[in-house]
Design a protein around this ligand. Structure first.
Ligand code: KG4
Ligand code: ZN
Length: 333
């Protein structure tokens, strides 16, 4: 089944064509340069940029896949969660293609896309698994007992991990988005240089809290500067990153033990983080678990994950009405 996938929930326009779990085309128009000078995503600018990027991307994706609109079996689009105006641009485009080609439309949950992106490299057989989903808007642990069934074990009570990366990076003057910059800088630093708090590490549940860590970083830098000392940015980045990764790895391992599953599955933009990948791989291997992590391009927002998740749902006979709207706070269930 050949399915078109459109992703416009935030600041990346993604258009892809998949055939089952094979990616035929996966194109991205990044808006990083547009939002960079504001230090974050400006919703109105994002919607407008999606409008401009979509038509050329659609043509290019079909050309790369070597097919025409008539060869599609369905159209998948991110219906939420995300920025409402940005989502609506993708939804309008997807409806047009579905209507013009008389192909079924399916609205996809962005977070399910992040989770199922794993199927591209790890195959269809993903369940049962504990999923760690970490992005710019979400930080959650999810139990996936069977395909398309999600039980939320816990989530952040304040900031998402990606948000913490972005805020600390902005404070350090590393630019936007901050995650990749902190990751690069941290490679030259000592993760044990500064002992930042591991919030909720021993809370006995699967929830996370990230806002205190961000404050601790700011406070540390200020205290050092006030004392006339220069802060080593690489040590700071590595120590901050380690505090986040420590809690994420330990809570994921705890969930796996509690639920007795044998697979760990990661998804979301923050999963591009090299330290998180390394630590969870190691912890999983030591415990004899199967660890599934998408390649970096499939961790950050993309159209392929939406096309794939949509294809699976279409295959089950699910359809969305041409009247669907955007759901900015859509829940994973
Ligand atoms: O999934 P995603 O592309 O968009 C959302 O759904 O939010 O995630 C974006 C987030 C940003 O906060 C970005 O800084 C973070 O993922 N990110 C990273 C890395 N690459 C992207 N965080 C840490 N390390 C990275 N290498
Ligand atoms: Zn995302």
């Amino acid at each position: 089944m050949k399915v078109l996938g459109i992703e416009t929930s935030c600041d990346e326009t993604g258009v892809a064509v998949v055939e089952d779990e094979t990616v035929l085309a996966n194109l991205l128009a990044s808006q990083v340069q547009l939002h960079e000078r504001f230090g974050g995503v400006v919703p109105e600018l994002a919607s407008r940029a999606h409008v401009e990027a979509l038509t050329p991307l659609l043509d290019a994706a079909l050309e790369q896949a070597g097919i025409g609109f008539g060869d599609l079996d369905g159209v998948a689009v991110t219906a939420g969660p995300g920025l409402v105006g940005a989502l609506l641009v993708g939804i309008a485009a997807a409806k047009s293609v579905a209507l013009a080609t008389s192909r079924p439309l399916i609205g996809v949950n962005h977070l399910e896309g992040h989770i199922l992106a794993n199927a591209v490299e790890h195959g269809r057989d993903l369940v049962p698994a504990v999923c760690l989903v970490v992005s710019g808007g979400h930080t959650m642990l999810v139990h996936m007992p069977e395909p398309h069934r999600y039980e939320i074990l816990g989530q952040t009570v304040d900031d998402a991990a990606g948000e913490a990366f972005d805020k600390v990076a902005r404070f350090l003057g590393l630019g936007f988005p901050g995650g990749p910059a902190v990751d690069r800088l941290a490679r030259h630093g000592d993760p044990n240089a500064i002992r930042f708090p591991r919030a909720m590490a021993d809370s006995g549940d699967y929830d996370f809290s990230l806002s205190g860590l961000k404050t601790a970083v700011l406070r540390h830098v200020k205290a050092e500067r006030d004392a006339g000392r220069e802060v080593d940015a690489a040590d700071l980045a590595a120590s901050f990153q380690e505090a986040i990764v420590d809690v994420q790895v330990s809570k994921t391992m705890q969930a796996v033990r509690d639920l007795g599953v044998e697979s760990i599955l990661l998804g979301g933009g923050v999963v591009a983080n090299s330290r998180l990948r390394e630590r969870i791989d190691k912890a999983g291997a030591e415990a004899g678990l199967r660890v599934m992590i998408p390649s970096v391009q499939l961790c950050t927002d993309n159209g392929a994950m939406i096309a794939l998740a949509g294809a699976w749902r279409l295959e089950r006979g699910e359809r969305s009405s041409l009247a669907i709207g955007a759901d900015p706070s859509m829940e994973l269930r």
